[in-house]
Write a protein that binds this ligand. Structure first.
Ligand code: SME
Length: 154
């Protein structure tokens, strides 16, 4: 990671820690990532409610997928498997649930509590293939960890 990437991660973590409520922290995460991850065309956070991921907030074109069963999509897979999923070409991945015909790549990072529970996930889409490399992944995983730490405090 470059020093600019570190500065970006620090600003995002600070915004998450300083947000007055968890709700504000979730919104600050999406707006911070939308401003910083210049290769993304859509950023959103889903929260897990029972066996359904429910869209909390988003920046980008409105998605038809505001509720995603855990059994479906890349979003469902990341939550079920409790791990980051990076897809360089969504057209080649049968798990992909299309939100926009122009989307080509996607990064989904689960927000995991310290006992392994899934609070939700951060989802980024890009209209460019292979838009999300190791630096983007680390940035979003850092944001997910900062959010999870807030949750664990609630
Ligand atoms: N593509 C996701 C659905 C959510 S949209 O990207 C906003 C998936 O495959 O689960």
């Amino acid at each position: 990671m470059t020093s600019a990437d570190h500065a970006l991660a620090d600003r995002l973590v600070h915004a998450i820690d300083a947000a007055p409520t968890l709700d504000d922290a979730l919104r600050a995460t999406v707006s911070g990532l939308a401003d910083s991850a210049e290769r993304s065309d859509w950023v959103g956070i889903y929260l897990l409610d029972g066996a359904t991921l429910v869209l909390h907030n988003e920046i980008g074109k409105p998605t038809p997928h505001t509720r995603i069963p855990l059994s479906q999509g890349l979003c469902g897979a990341a939550a079920r498997e409790r791990r980051t999923i990076v897809v360089d070409d969504v057209r080649e991945d049968p798990r992909y649930l299309a939100c926009s015909l122009t989307t080509r790549s996607e990064l989904v990072v689960p927000i995991l509590g310290n006992r392994g529970q899934v609070f939700g996930e951060i989802d980024l889409d890009s209209d460019q293939p292979a838009a999300f490399g190791p630096d983007a992944r680390r940035l979003v995983e850092t944001a997910a960890a900062a959010l999870a730490a807030r949750w664990d405090r609630v």
